[in-house]
Design a protein around this ligand. Sequence first.
Ligand code: ADP
Ligand code: MG
Length: 692
Amino acid sequence: MTAFDQTPVTQLRGIGTQMRDKLARLGISTLQDILFHLPLRYMDRTRISPIGSLQPNTEAVIEGEIRGSNIVMGRRRSLICKVQDNTGLITLRFFHFAAAQRHTMVVGTTMRCYGEVRRGSAGLELYHPEYQILDGKQPEPLAQNLTPVYPAGDGITQHRLRTITEQTLAMLNNDNLSELLPQTQANETQQSSLVDALRFLHRPPANAPVEQLAKGEHPAQQRLAFEELLAHHLSMQRLRQTIRQQGAPAFGNAKQLTTQFLKVLPFALTAAQQRVSDEIATDISQPVPMLRLLQGDVGSGKTVVAALAALRAIASGYQAAIMAPTEILAEQHRQNFEAWFAPLDIRVAWLSGKLKGKARAYQLSGIADGSAQLVVGTHALFQDQVEFHNLGLTIIDEQHRFGVHQRLALREKGRSDSLTTHQLIMTATPIPRTLAMSAYADLDVSVIDELPPGRSPVNTVAIADQRRLEVVARIREACQAGQQAYWVCTLIEESEHLEAQAAEVTAEELALLLPELSIGLVHGRMKAAQKASVMNDFKAGKLKLLVATTVIEVGVDVPNASLMVIENPERLGLAQLHQLRGRVGRGSVASHCVLLYSTPLSRQAKERITIMRQTNDGFMIAEKDLELRGPGEVLGTRQTGDVDLRIADLQRDAHLLDDVKDRAQEIMLHHPELVTPLIRRWLGDRESYGQV
Ligand code: ADP
Ligand code: MG
């Protein structure tokens, strides 16, 4: 028989093109997919529960005698039926019913029902139970196994999914779904075979531990999660190997440029900056592509580290590129690098999506002929028209905004002959360990764990919107004392347009309340040049208050700004709040962040605000964020696809990761023939980005 991963669902009885398409929408196209589509939960229809023992919010089968039925006219018309056994009495309640239904509910006949027990106005009730009136008939036999409830889609019933899995399970054996984990004595969770685990999970026996299953902690579930995580890890490792097999230019030490640069710099490197620079320098002095993630909390000074790496590339005759996720940040990098590199006679090119016409052509030609040694830009950098002369190093700032694909696309740009580029990825969103091990398994990690001297931690307070005027007064005070402030507007919808509007309205309102202040406005709908000019005026101190949307979230650096008001912080996630708050606390005066929230706050929002008040530590915040939101969201939508797990859950299964790593090593060493089948089984085509 053909392997399940090669067998389309249409091989099953009764599946035509329509059902095939519906299943495809659930991500199911092969028999293997059917089996990896695990139940969300289970119903216990294996035994009849005494009515007296029922608990609210559980599901149960009961059997009893009908004591009466009635149509009542409460808020909604409903059909009520009372059923009693020798332990108690319960009410069945139906909202959708046919009048004829009532007549079948004859007092004194026996009825078997299955449904969810709820607390209703008449004590415990079964809502919309499935039922069978026995009436002397033989009841349907009770289920032998727990009944699976699957994630379903439009037009696919649970019943259908059950028959489909039933058919598939009947055909399942070790030949059509082969065992890919070599057996070891090691760990029990890895012991049961894949086939056994799947059989168990689709049709657990009546005595299966339901609570453990509900938590996803059953050995059969863990067995599958383990294999899936293993496949992801192997895929990352393989990607890494493929990349490392390509050569990269080995850079020399750039002594002269570095000395000159450090002389221009108005401060000394922190010990942490020096250490990570050394780590990077070691990497890029090798003819093997660097793949390094540089983590450093907001304001820790990653840009200088990037500059030092770029100097090494440039001194060796190669180009370096820095890619930033937003125009504002790219523009700011451009200004920094121009100021730093002009005295060194290094030409900085600049590219953004909004750059058009002659100006664009000029930049492109400098990039192509190599006269521009450093290129700063947004994701416009990896568009097709951009050709580099000899790119040797790519630096990607604020990585969490970009996906793995984009990161690799920029690497492609660098390929000349057989050489590829070194890659440095910088992020202020600390990647929690669990994520680092999966989504970033192909990267080495450096951490800047120290802030430049003289920073004082930002003091964060939460104030309800009713006290808005007090907050306005604080802005007045701060600005009178010579400092500057941000006022950040947020919106729930991902609409730049609405957000821009809100910011405009707020700016007008604040202008009325603070007529003595010069107020600037920046949002995502403005032209790049306009944005840049406002940012420059703010940086130069010409503007005292900057009203902004979350476009200023990353990277913006104005040390004299010491007060930030974030309006409706409840709409933002922790990572974003932390990023925003990082715009203040960059100078030597004590800084403040006011979270100006609207009441009432949801429990989650309250929790986030409390965490923000308690800590400035980005790592702690990231861990909390992961706890509250889960990995998909923490990495941002772009990256979700990269850790798209079917069965495993990075948080729940984090304890498996050490074993996963060990097993991956062992498999690569002793069973290399299993690597490809494992990756294909769990990632399918999704690995294609690995083909660099
Ligand atoms: P981030 O890591 O958030 O990208 P930046 O590179 O923007 O941080 O640096 C934040 C601020 O700290 C900048 O104004 C930068 O000039 C300054 N800075 C960086 N390194 C040092 C240092 N060693 N001493 C003092 N200030 C520094
Ligand atoms: Mg930065």
